[in-house]
Ligand binder design. Structure first.
Ligand code: SAM
Length: 287
C-alpha cells in the first residue's frame, strides 16, 4: 500500500505546474495550473483552490505532466481542457475550431439589445465556428430562431454539439456554406458575424497558441484583413430585411475602412463600437 504522505498534494502540484508554465512564457500560469489540475482530477477550480492538502495518486500526476508539457509547447488551454467559457456558458472546443474570445461577447450584447428592443426573432450568425454566438443568442431569447453558417465541417459539428449541450438544437439551424449565401433574401432581422479579419502579413506575429494551433481559415482576412468582410457586407445587406441590423466584429484598427465598405454595400446608420480598451471592436449598420 502506498503511504499517502509520500504522494504530492494538490497545492504542490499547482505550484510546480505554475512555475513550469511561467518559465515557458504562459501569461497567467497560476490560473492555468489550477485549471489543468482541475481537469485531471475532474474537479472544479474552486475545489482545487480550497483543498490544497489533498494528496493525488501517481496516474493523475502523469496525466498532469502530459497536459502541462503540451501547454508549455503552447497548445491552447481551451484545446487541452476541451472547453471555453463564453457569455456564461461552457462551450466544447477542440482542434480545428477557433476557441471563443471574451471580446466577442460585445457582439452578443449588441444583438440582444436590438432583439429585445424590437422583439426580433429571426437571427443569423455567419461564420459561426463553435456556435458560441448563435447558441448564446438562442439561449438568451427563448422565442428566437438562429440560422448559423460556416464553411468548416469541423466547426459545424462543434456548433451542433454546443447547441445540443445548451438545449437549443431545435432553434439553431446549422448550414454549411459561404458567408451569408445560404440565407434567403430579406429573411434576417438581425445578422451578426465574427468573420476572419487578420491581415495575412500579421500571421507570423500572432501568439504561438494562435499561429501554431488555431485554424488559419478562421483568421485569415486576406492582404488587407477585410477581404472577407467586404463580401460579407454585401451578402448581409441582401439577407437582412429593410431596417435590419448588421453587426460584425472587426480588427482594432479597421473601423474607418469598415465604415466605407458598409456604406458601399448600402448600409445606413453605421456605428463603430469600441471595447473597454477604446479599440475598434464591432461595426454596426442598418439595411
Ligand atoms: C473568427 S472565427 C469565428 C468563430 C465564432 N463565431 C467565434 O466568434 O468564436 C471565423 C469562422 O469563419 C469561418 N469561415 C471562414 N471563411 C468562411 C466563409 N467564406 N464562409 C463561412 N464561414 C467561413 C471559419 O471556419 C471560422 O469558423
Amino acid at each position: 500500500m502506498t503511504d499517502s504522505g509520500c504522494l504530492p498534494s494538490v497545492g504542490a502540484m499547482v505550484e510546480a505546474t505554475a512555475e513550469d508554465l511561467a518559465a515557458a512564457g504562459v501569461e497567467m500560469p497560476r490560473l492555468e495550473a489550477q485549471l489543468l489540475v482541475a481537469q485531471v482530477l475532474g474537479w472544479s477550480r474552486l475545489q482545487v483552490m480550497t483543498r490544497p492538502e489533498h494528496r493525488i495518486v501517481e496516474e493523475y500526476e502523469e496525466a498532469l505532466g502530459r497536459l502541462s508539457s503540451a501547454r508549455r509547447r503552447r497548445a491552447p488551454l481551451a484545446y487541452l481542457i476541451g472547453r471555453r467559457e463564453f457569455y456564461g456558458f461552457e462551450f466544447s472546443v477542440g482542434p480545428g475550431v477557433l476557441a471563443p474570445r471574451p471580446e466577442t461577447e460585445l457582439l452578443v450584447d449588441l444583438a440582444l439589445e436590438e432583439a429585445r428592443r424590437r422583439g426580433a426573432v429571426r437571427m443569423a450568425d455567419v461564420c459561426t465556428g463553435s456556435g458560441c454566438v448563435a447558441v448564446a443568442l438562442a439561449a438568451a431569447l427563448p422565442g428566437s430562431r438562429v440560422l448559423a453558417t460556416d464553411v468548416s465541417q469541423a466547426a459545424l459539428a462543434c456548433a451542433a454539439r454546443n447547441a445540443a449541450e445548451q438545449g437549443v438544437s431545435g432553434r439553431v439551424g446549422l448550414v454549411r456554406g459561404h458567408l451569408a449565401l445560404p440565407l434567403r433574401s430579406g429573411w434576417a432581422e438581425i445578422l451578426v458575424a465574427n468573420p476572419p479579419y487578420v491581415p495575412s502579413s500579421v500571421a507570423s506575429a500572432l501568439q504561438p497558441e494562435v499561429a501554431c494551433y488555431e485554424p488559419w481559415l478562421a483568421l485569415d482576412g486576406g492582404a488587407s484583413g477585410l477581404a472577407i468582410f467586404e463580401e460579407l457586407a454585401l451578402g448581409a445587406r441582401r439577407a437582412l430585411e429593410p431596417g435590419g441590423l448588421f453587426a460584425s466584429e472587426i480588427g482594432y484598427d479597421q473601423g474607418a475602412a469598415a465604415i466605407t465598405l458598409l456604406r458601399d454595400a448600402g448600409f445606413a446608420d453605421i456605428v463603430i463600437v469600441r471595447d473597454l480598451a477604446g479599440l475598434d471592436r464591432v461595426v454596426t449598420g442598418r439595411a
